[in-house]
Design a binder for this molecule. Structure first.
Ligand code: GRG
Length: 307
C-alpha cells in the first residue's frame, strides 16, 4: 500500500479511493482463499458450495469488513489478526441478504445486479447456503481466537446478529409489513436490522485492537449513527435511486408495503434525519486520538452514495 498524500494531521495517508480499493482487494482475496469454500470441490455437496460462493463473490461493497479493519487500524491493531473476523462479518451479512431475498421475506429477483441466490439455485439451497455461511463465520472466528479480545469480538458479532439484533429487527420488519406502525417501532427495526451489524463492525475492530472503554464507546456510537444513516439512505434510494446503479429494482419497498422512513415521516424529514445521523456520527470521532480522516470521508461517501 503506497502512501500518496499528507493529511491535515501530518500523517501520511492514501487517497480515500485508493484506500477503499486496497481494503476491498484484500477482503476479496481473503474471502477467496478461505479453504473451506474450495476444500470440498467435486464432493457431494458441491452445489451448496457453489451457491455459497455465488453470493459471496457477487460484488458487495464490503462496507462492514472495511469498517472493522479501519477501526482496528486506528487503534493500532493487527490487520492480519482482524481479517478472519472481517470475513466472518461479511459472511453473516451475505447470509442475511440471501435469506432476505427469499419468497418468504422480500421475494426479490435481483441483488448486487445479479439474479438472487434462490432464483439461480432454488429456495432450498438458498436457505441452506445462508445457514452454512452463518456456521462458517463462527468456524473461522473460533479458529482465529487467540485471547480475550478475540472472544469479545466473536461475542459482539453473535449478539448483534441474533435475536437481540439483526434477526430480531428482521422479525419485526416482516411482521409489520402492510400494517401502519409508529415511528418508535420503525426505529427499532432499523436499529436492529441494519445499524447493529454496522455498529458491530466498529466495535469488533476496536475490541480486537484492545481499545479502551471510551474508544470502543465512541467508535460504537459512530457505527450506530452511520448505520442509521445507511438505512435511511437505503430507503431513499428505493424511491429516488437509479435501478442500474443500484443493481436492484427501485420501488420494491412501496410494492410490498414496507414501513420505511420516507413512508412514516416523509422524504424531507428523512433527508434531514440522514444528515443529522451523519453529523452526529462524525462528531463522535473527535473523541478518538488517532487518524479518523478515512472514517469521516467514508461517512460522507455513504451519505451521497447511489448504489
Ligand atoms: C434475513 C436474518 C435476516 C436478516 C436480514 C440485512 C437485512 C436483514 C435485510 C436487508 C434489507 C435491506 C436491503 C436493508 C437495507 C440496508 C442494507 C443492509 C443494505 C444492504 O447492504 P449493502 O448495501 O449491500 O452493504 P452490499 O451488496 O454492498 O453488501
Amino acid at each position: 500500500m503506497k502512501p500518496s498524500r499528507i493529511s491535515k494531521k501530518g500523517i501520511q495517508t492514501m487517497t480515500f479511493e485508493q484506500n477503499m480499493h486496497d481494503y476491498k482487494t484484500a477482503i476479496e482475496e481473503a474471502l477467496k482463499n478461505m479453504v473451506y469454500l474450495n476444500f470440498y470441490s467435486n464432493s457431494f455437496q458441491q452445489k451448496l458450495i457453489d451457491s455459497m460462493n455465488y453470493s459471496i463473490h457477487a460484488g458487495g461493497k464490503r462496507i462492514r469488513p472495511i469498517l472493522l479493519l479501519e477501526s482496528n487500524k486506528i487503534l493500532g491493531g493487527s490487520h492480519e489478526r482482524a481479517m478472519p473476523f472481517a470475513c466472518a462479518l461479511e459472511l453473516i451479512h451475505t447470509y442475511s441478504l440471501i435469506h432476505d431475498d427469499l419468497p418468504a421475506m422480500d421475494d426479490d429477483d435481483l441483488r448486487r445486479g445479479k439474479p438472487t441466490n434462490h432464483t439461480v439455485y432454488g429456495e432450498a439451497l438458498a436457505i441452506l447456503s445462508g445457514d452454512a455461511l452463518l456456521n462458517l463465520a463462527y468456524e473461522i472466528m473460533l479458529e482465529s481466537i487467540e485471547d480475550r479480545q478475540g472472544i469479545d469480538a466473536a461475542r459482539i458479532l453473535a449478539e448483534s446478529s441474533g435475536s437481540r439484533g439483526m434477526v430480531g429487527g428482521q422479525s419485526v420488519d416482516v411482521l409489520s409489513e402492510g400494517l401502519s406502525i409508529e415511528k418508535d417501532i420503525l426505529e427499532y427495526i432499523h436499529i436492529n436490522k441494519t445499524s447493529r451489524l454496522i455498529e458491530a463492525a466498529l466495535k469488533m475492530g476496536a475490541a480486537l485492537a484492545g481499545g479502551s472503554k471510551e474508544e470502543i464507546a465512541a467508535l460504537s456510537c459512530f457505527g450506530f449513527h452511520l448505520g442509521m444513516a445507511f438505512q435511511i439512505k437505503d430507503d431513499l434510494l428505493d424511491i429516488e435511486g437509479n435501478e442500474s446503479l443500484l443493481g436492484k429494482p427501485v420501488g420494491s419497498d412501496t410494492a410490498v408495503k414496507k414501513n420505511t422512513f420516507p413512508k412514516i415521516i416523509g422524504i424531507p424529514a428523512s433527508k434531514a434525519a440522514l444528515e443529522d445521523h451523519t453529523r452526529i456520527a462524525v462528531s463522535e470521532l473527535e473523541k478518538i486520538d488517532g487518524d479518523t480522516v478515512f472514517l469521516k470521508t467514508l461517512a460522507s461517501y455513504l451519505l451521497s452514495r447511489n448504489s
